[in-house]
Design a protein around this ligand. Structure first.
Ligand code: MD6
Ligand code: FE
Length: 200
């Protein structure tokens, strides 16, 4: 339950107990049943290595038309509701009245990674983004507000929660690699990351 500050990101180590991680995972499984993972394609036509889905009024995706929030899964159905277990984490760590309208869910297999990026498709950067890690450890890299500056890295473990807000809201960040087999939470291995975002 230690809180670290890394370049303005609040990292709540071990925020979720093993029991809470299991409950959240079950809720994620229910979402994925209704809104299956898909493989997004960047605007330049590259397949991303993570698999993705969302819950909430909006889901985030990318395809040849660009990065954006949409109110439908690629299969045409509305996104399922954000699980209460995820909203409870938002409430506990942000203390905000305002609630997120998107819970983006990323699945990382052993070879998946995510390049350095900023989260900037939301309308108002005064709201934080809250990110929850489940399963295998991921090496999280954090930079500054400009590409190419100094970066620092930390292994995010199952149950860790990151709050990206304030001055750090637009900091570059990414996942360099996964440590396959480092967690037993997911029977088939891999890492799940949930990010909660206020979109409108
Ligand atoms: C990940 N996370 O941990 C990728 N974005 O798999 C993110 O891209 C992220 O952790 C915004 C805020 C926190 C994050
Ligand atoms: Fe991000």
């Amino acid at each position: 339950m230690t809180i670290l500050d890394l370049r303005g990101f609040e990292i709540h180590k071990n925020h979720l107990s093993t029991t809470s991680q299991g409950k959240l995972l079950n809720a994620v499984r229910a979402v994925v049943k209704v809104a299956p993972f898909f493989r997004p394609v960047t605007p330049r036509g590259q397949k991303m290595s993570v698999r993705m889905t969302s819950a909430g009024k909006y889901g985030w995706l990318t395809d040849e038309k660009g990065y954006r929030y949409v109110d439908r899964h690629p299969d045409g159905s509305a996104w399922p509701a954000i699980p209460d277990e995820a909203l409870a984490i938002w409430d506990a760590l942000t203390g905000l009245e305002k609630r997120p309208e998107c819970c983006l869910i990323n699945y990382y297999g052993p070879e998946a990674k995510m390049g350095l990026h900023q989260d900037k498709d939301e309308a108002d950067f005064r709201w934080p983004v809250v990110s929850v890690s489940l399963g295998d450890e991921g090496l999280f890299r954090i930079g500054g507000q400009k590409r190419g500056g100094k970066t620092e890295s930390i292994w995010l473990q199952s149950g860790d929660v990151v709050v990206m807000g304030g001055e750090a809201r637009l900091n570059y960040h990414g996942i360099d690699r996964i440590r396959a087999g480092s967690s037993t939470l997911l029977p088939k291995g891999g890492r799940i990351n949930l990010t909660l975002r206020v979109v409108e």
